[in-house]
Design a protein around this ligand. Structure first.
Ligand code: GCB
Length: 727
């Protein structure tokens, strides 16, 4: 028999970079902590990019009884980024990579034993991630377990393997699934059972399931179980799904032979106040929100997530993009770490039917050149994926600046781009144009939309939403555009909103919040669903009919008439103001009305039995609390360019023109540097990317400043300086 004990409490935590003996000696002075735990739950979420990154210790005593068993293993499911494990004064493990499971055997067990684990999230030039737009919470933030097994047992050490590998291959013609089950153990023979049939083999058995019950995404995520047992009593099992899929460059994703456009969201593993130390209830509640919005796919960014979450995806039919933290900046010493992370990801996640693709990297060319070392790293990872798994496709998420003829795009099986036109840079239409051009140029390549989004703080509102104003209304407008863009391009194999949830990026300081990326459709505490959430819910959720009034937090409006929008998956919506019927609209997802404002009004949207009500009121002056950038927000026509002397430089010149003159270049470079640093580490690292500079060069300085949230006075000031320099 196998006995699993979860080591939840009894830990002492020491926030000190000290030798193992010292940690053990002074453990009693440490803080009592309960796992899962991160030491960055607060300082990793409050901005300033100053959260504690270093070595900390977790120490626990273990009695002989807790370690009873013929062979005893320690399992750590996530220690970010690097861990060393000491048992009774001897180092028994060193693990690099903060998101995967690893194990070590505990030997020489005494009556009283001491386990000491050091975890380190400091800078490194070999362990990913180092440059990325999220907080690298340090800690033992997932379960730590003791696994006691008989002498004869299934393999536990190799890359955190589950000891059992199930490969179902479905024949589309007959619906028959051929299921290969492989196991690893130190025994002569194993008993393997699948679908009521049992075989005794050395380590590998093939089963045939006629008319297999398919794992059919959200429609019917049916799971089978494979069980393996040794004579000693040690047993392992794995759930699996019978399914097949393909990607068509013209028609997108097909699941089990039927068109199944993948439309969904991305997720980071963190929460307000908790960091990455999540409970199973946190995982479940995230899954409930994914189901509520009606997504059929999730990109589990930017690293391996908890096994519990992949399980939830299996159970709920959510197709997963799984990836390793090879992100933003290629490190020449990091190759081994990427290979190990990919080996562990595939070994540990192989059996999950929800996973459709392995992601090789994310925006890796943002802060690195496409050179031979980077290409070779990708080829090695791509080959490794195919070698370890012949059933899944590889992909990568490319940064918008990557030229579409880059040789890196030839490496993975299918392509994807992260585009933020209409947020960081450029206009919304550029998203449409990008895909149209790509698809026309490469009609045989499969392309997807791996990230898009716009930040919104639900405190900020406007009737004239603009890019970079951080209003809920701009975010909604942005997504209305993108949703339509996607609808018109069925060839996109998958699309993932960045992000379902706001998440911590301690280096950020923008949009009225410190340390948060606010592109979420839901706030980091999961309490507020921003308006854009309901646009997608209307588009995707076929089960739960609803009407949602947009703008409920935009209560005070300084205008005579105002727009009322309703997001709904019903066909008809009727609007009432103060009980009086205003009108009925037939439509699809977005229903727009205009009403007069004079005083306080109760607005009610109704479709059959579904209804939503809000209160808004006419105010004489704009409500200041709704404006993020107060200085810029107050000015409607905030810069009158007519006065400029064309013989001299001005903010109306393009960024490129200003970079072309030594004097003006010196002036604007400092300003741009400051702007980038407010958007965190990544923006600061990316700002010198030549392709980005090329794109920005075509934009006027005025539009770049506006986008960066510059106030009117500093724009005028800069303009005065530039006007003093002759062209
Ligand atoms: C990206 C990155 C993601 C960031 C996002 C953003 O392209 O892949 O990690 O969080 O942009 O919000 O800037």
């Amino acid at each position: 028999m196998r006995k699993i004990t979860v080591l939840k409490d009894g830990w002492k935590f020491l926030k000190a970079d000290i030798p193992a003996e010292t940690a053990v000696k002074y453990a009693a002075q440490g803080e009592d902590v309960v796992l899962p735990h991160t030491w960055n739950a607060k300082d990793g979420q409050d901005g300033g990019n100053d959260y504690h990154r270093g070595t900390c210790w977790y120490v626990r005593t273990l009695s002989k009884e807790e370690l009873a068993g013929d062979r005893v293993f320690l399992e750590i499911n996530g220690a970010n980024h690097t861990a060393e494990v000491w048992f009774n004064g001897v180092q028994i493990a060193h693990h690099e990579g903060g998101y995967s499971t690893f194990r070590a055997e505990l030997t020489d067990i005494q009556d009283e034993n001491v386990l000491a684990v050091s975890v380190n999230n400091a800078d490194s030039d070999r362990v990913y991630p180092q440059k990325a737009d999220f907080t690298f919470y340090g800690g033992l933030y997932r379960e730590v377990r003791i696994i006691a097994v008989p002498e004869e047992h299934f393999e536990l050490l190799k890359d955190g393997t589950p000891g059992i590998k199930v490969t179902p291959v479905v024949d589309p013609e007959t619906g028959t699934a051929e299921v290969t089950v492989e196991t690893w153990h130190n025994a002569e023979s194993v008993e393997i059972t699948v679908n009521g049939e049992t075989k005794h083999v050395q380590n590998k058995a093939v089963f045939t399931i006629p008319h297999a019950h398919l794992w059919d995404g959200v429609n019917d995520p049916y799971l089978y179980t494979a069980e393996a047992k040794l004579a000693s009593g040690d047993a392992v099992s794995a759930r699996f799904g019978c399914r097949y899929y393909r990607c068509d460059p013209e028609k997108g994703f097909f699941l089990n032979g039927k068109s199944y456009p993948l439309r969904g969201v991305s997720r980071h593993q963190d929460r307000a106040g908790k960091g990455n130390a999540l409970s199973i209830e946190d995982h479940r509640s995230d899954m409930e929100i994914i189901k509520e919005i009606g997504a059929n796919t999730v990109r589990l960014a930017h690293y391996q997530h908890a096994q519990e979450f992949y399980d939830l995806c299996d159970e709920n039919g959510i197709v997963v993009w799984a990836e390793i933290p090879y992100i933003t900046m290629h490190m020449k010493n990091g190759r081994e770490n990427t290979v190990q992370a990919m080996r562990e990801l595939i070994t540990q996640c192989y059996n999950h039917p929800s996973i459709a693709v392995w992601g090789l990297s994310n925006e890796i060319t943002a802060a690195s050149a496409v050179d031979e070392d980077l290409l070779e790293n990708h080829r090695i990872l791509n080959d490794l994926c195919h070698h370890m798994d012949s059933t899944r496709l590889t992909t990568m998420a490319n940064v918008f600046m990557l030229e579409t003829d880059s040789p890196i795009l030839d490496i993975p099986d299918i392509n994807s781009y992260n585009l933020y036109f209409g947020w960081y840079l450029g206009d919304l239409d550029q998203n449409d144009e990008f895909f149209d051009e790509y698809h026309a140029k490469y009609p045989d390549r499969v392309i997807g939309f791996s990230e898009y989004g716009a930040d919104a703080n639900p405190a900020f509102h406007s009737s004239r939403p603009e890019r970079s104003d951080y209003t809920e209304e701009y975010q909604a407008l942005y997504h209305e555009h993108i949703w339509k863009m996607i609808e018109d391009r069925p060839y996109l194999w998958a699309t993932h909103v960045w992000n379902l949830f706001d998440f911590a990026a301690d280096g950020r300081d923008e949009g009225g919040k410190h340390g948060e990326n606010q592109k979420g459709l839901v706030t980091m505490d999961r309490r507020t669903r921003k308006d854009a959430f309901y646009l997608y819910k209307a588009a995707w959720n076929k089960q739960e009919k609803f009407v949602h009034l947009y703008g409920r937090r935009y209560e005070n409006r300084a205008e005579d008439t105002t727009e009322i929008k309703v997001y709904s998956n019903c066909d008809t919506v009727t609007l009432f103001v103060d009980g009086k019927e205003i009108g009925t609209k037939n439509g699809h997802l977005v229903f727009t009305f205009r009403i007069d404002l004079n005083g306080e009004h109760e607005v009610r949207a109704v479709s059959g039995e579904y209804t939503d009500t809000m209160t808004i009121r006419r105010v004489s002056e704009p409500d200041e609390s709704y404006i993020f950038n107060k200085a810029a927000g107050q000015v409607t026509n905030w810069f009158d360019a007519g006065e400029n002397d064309p013989a001299c430089f001005s903010v109306e010149d393009t960024y490129g023109e200003l970079l072309g003159n030594e004097q003006t270049k010196a002036i604007i470079s400092g300003m741009m540097e400051k702007g980038a640093s407010e958007r965190g580490d990544v923006a600061a690292a990316v700002k010198d990317n030549p392709a980005l500079i090329r794109m920005m060069s075509r934009m006027t300085m005025l539009s770049l400043l506006k986008q960066g949230g510059a106030d009117e006075e500093s724009v005028r000031q800069l303009n005065r300086i530039l006007q003093g320099i002759r062209k």
